[in-house]
Design a protein around this ligand. Structure first.
Ligand code: PSU
Ligand code: MN
Length: 306
């Protein structure tokens, strides 16, 4: 294996990691395929600022020029915001993109993979992928879940959108031994909504507690990561039933158009945004900022534990 050949870590991040300082991973699929262009450009810059303000170094990942990038320049960051000619890269796509030099945005799965290679233990996103509705017959289960089972990164998210089957997503995570921790909540959050109706077994009251659990898991030699469900701040939360109507309509449209496979998540995200005339996008921004803040606090606490 020759990781150095493929991994390109920004000097600032390499130094921080060598010194045991807190670093927070960030994904690029949320930029290229999860948010509208050009509004995503503001997000890309601000989320990094938030991580810095909380005392950690941001590390946005992407595949550019045959390299697994850990930390992007401003130009690269802005390039990832324009979805034209940028693919969506999950684990199965990585070798193809590296070998052919194509530009790819990293999903939760791929970002976790790259973070683990670089030694980054905490990663903030919006929502994770999961078992899709009717996944029991389509077998559409995001590779994010297998990555969580195998790769040692703590993923801070606002749960997952209810375009997924949240109950089966949680069952899948349980089967594969992935802890799901609620941050100041007893329920798995549903992205735009603070609650989903699905109870969690573990509620954490502080970043320090989350860090201690992660430290212990890895100290034991247990493989895999964890999901931290961080609810959207109440003032930005949307109504569950309203969002469910929109999501059901978007799923129906995807069905009619025959949208399948890796295209379905970006399709639904774009439709939901259009159908809510951008109201949902404002919430999307806020929940992602909120996750970046908590992930940074967890990274700071983890760095104290060594
Ligand atoms: N869910 C969102 N926003 C996103 C994604 C999911 O609310 O941007 C992205 C993430 O990058 C996630 C990916 O890893 O979609 C999952 O895609 P799939 O279902 O094809 O595995
Ligand atoms: Mn899928």
């Amino acid at each position: 294996m020759s990781l150095e050949k493929y991994l390109d870590v920004k000097p600032e991040i390499a130094e921080a990691l060598a010194a045991g300082k807190p670093v927070v991973g960030l994904e690029s699929t949320i930029l290229s395929h999860g948010m509208p262009y050009p509004q995503n450009m503001e997000f890309a810059a601000k989320v990094e600022e938030i991580v810095r303000a909380a005392g950690a170094i941001p590390a946005t990942t992407a595949i550019i020029g045959g390299k697994l990038k850990v930390g992007l320049t401003n130009d690269e960051l802005m390039m990832m915001c324009n979805p034209k000619d940028i693919g969506k890269v999950s684990r199965r796509d990585v070798a193809v993109y590296l070998a052919t030099g194509k530009t790819g945005a990293t999903t939760v799965a791929t970002t976790m993979m790259i973070c683990a290679m670089a030694g980054i233990r905490v990663f903030a996103t919006g929502g994770i992928g999961g078992v899709h509705r009717r996944g029991e017959s389509t077998m559409d289960i995001s590779a994010d879940l297998q990555e969580l089972a195998n790769t040692p990164v703590c993923v801070v998210c606002a749960g997952a959108k209810s375009l997924l089957d949240l109950g089966r997503t949680l069952e899948y995570l349980e089967t594969f031994g992935v802890p799901v921790l609620g941050y100041k909540t007893d329920e798995f959050p549903a992205f735009y909504c603070t609650t989903s109706g699905y109870k969690l077994d573990y509620r954490c009251e502080s970043a320090e507690e989350i860090a201690r659990i992660m430290y212990t898991k890895w100290d034991l030699g247990l493989k895999g990561g964890a999901v931290v469900g961080n609810p959207i701040p109440e003032e930005y939360a949307l109504d569950y039933d309203e969002m469910d109507k929109v999501i059901c309509a978007a799923i129906e449209e995807a069905d009619e158009k025959g949208v399948r496979g890796k295209a379905i998540t970006p399709f639904l995200l774009a439709r939901i945004k259009d159908m809510t005339e951008g109201v949902s996008f404002a919430s999307n921004l806020q929940l992602a900022y909120n996750n970046a803040r908590l992930a940074s606090e967890v990274a700071v606490e983890l760095s104290k534990l060594g």
